[in-house]
Design a protein around this ligand. Structure first.
Ligand code: 13P
Length: 256
């Protein structure tokens, strides 16, 4: 049984003060849903305030990116040692970072290794563009991203890795992949590839989220799919009521 995980990716929203206020506000509503791992990923500068607000609660904190080197002349970057003690999870491979910051598969692999070595857990995002989908390249492309991200990652690390399948054309567009379609792609492009790399039994243990225009109205349908173990949520994670509803629906669907 894979513990469902719902993570809010706040992207470039909320000042430190707004983030701390939001963190305080979600504690009580999210407390009952113990069958779901609950994570919020604020912007870097808001992480200390959110981590302080959530310390001692079951709600976990994540970062939205990290540099693969521990220190150095990398202006504007944040490293694993800087995040240790503040976050448990770190999103890497998000399509917005791949697209706007030139993050490559090799960098994502290096970041995954650095995180795991530092005791932090990567949420590795993968997904195809609309053009790739229309050309029938979805499984090849996403499968390739998975292979590249896991290059050299030993099987004993799988328990500390989450994968988020986020079709790029479904992010922030309101145009979501159908639950059946997302389930199928996750199976063929992610879980089957993990099975090739690590064996079927190990692949069954890895948690895989769907992301892309997830909202309370469609959450139950996604969470009812056997291959989908949670959601990585942008827009709908920014409101207390919506984020609470997503977590509640994950718990309802997975019967945890
Ligand atoms: P939306 O939920 O706003 O579509 O964003 C999805 C996403 O990119 C989460 O990482």
């Amino acid at each position: 049984m894979r513990l469902p995980i719902v993570a809010g990716n706040w992207k470039m929203y909320k000042t430190p003060a707004e983030a701390a206020e939001f963190a305080q506000a979600i504690i009580a509503p999210l407390l009952p849903f113990e069958g779901v791992e609950r994570v919020v990923c604020p912007p870097f500068v808001a992480i200390p305030a959110v981590a302080a607000a959530l310390r001692g609660t079951p709600i976990k904190v994540g970062a939205q990116n990290v540099h693969q080197e521990p220190h150095g002349a990398y202006t504007g970057s944040v490293s694993v040692p800087m995040l240790q003690g503040l976050v448990e999870y770190v999103i890497i491979g998000h399509s917005e970072v791949r697209q706007y910051q030139g993050e490559t598969d090799a960098m994502i692999n290096a970041k995954a290794k650095a995180l795991l070595a530092g005791g932090l857990k990567p949420i590795i995002a993968v997904g195809e563009s609309l053009a790739q989908r229309e050309e029938g390249q979805t499984v090849a492309h996403v499968g390739g991203q998975v292979r590249a991200a896991f290059e050299g990652i030993p099987p004993e690390s799988l328990a500390n890795v989450v994968i988020a399948y986020e079709p790029i054309w479904a992010i922030g567009t309101g145009r979501n992949a159908s639950p059946e379609d997302a389930n199928q792609t996750i199976k063929e492009a992610v879980r089957d590839v993990l099975a090739e790399l690590y064996g079927a039994a190990a692949a069954e243990t890895v948690r895989i989220q769907y992301g892309g225009s997830v909202k309370p109205e469609n959450m139950l349908a996604y969470m009812s799919m056997p291959e989908i173990d949670g959601a990585l949520v942008g827009g709908a994670s920014l409101k207390v009521n919506d984020f609470t509803a997503l977590v509640r629906l994950a718990q309802e669907a997975k019967g945890a």
